[in-house]
Design a protein around this ligand. Structure first.
Ligand code: ZN
Length: 92
């Protein structure tokens, strides 16, 4: 019987924390990650911050944008110039 090592390195652990948000990890991997998080305060902090960013990003994505919000005129002019310069460079 092969005993899984709980000692991921932190790079592997943080990658798995992110993958865990999108997919179901195998049970052995989940156990190894759990064990790493029990032992590693840095990855526990990463996990907390990742969850906070996820909550904030979801809230921002669902927030309503007021219809009368507009960019300031200088910003619109700057973007317009950038678009014109860009389309000039890639004209067909
Ligand atoms: Zn770690």
């Amino acid at each position: 019987m092969r005993i899984p090592s709980p000692l991921f390195n932190c790079q592997q652990a943080t990658l798995l924390i992110e993958r865990r948000a999108d997919e179901v990890l195998p049970s052995t991997t989940r156990f190894q990650l759990w064990a790493h998080l029990r032992l590693c305060p840095y990855c526990r902090r990463y996990e907390e911050q990742s969850a906070l960013i996820d909550r904030q990003a979801r809230a921002a994505a669902q927030a309503r944008v007021l219809s009368d919000v507009q960019l300031p005129a200088p910003a619109r002019a700057r973007i317009q110039r950038a678009l014109e310069a860009s389309s000039g460079n890639s004209a067909l």
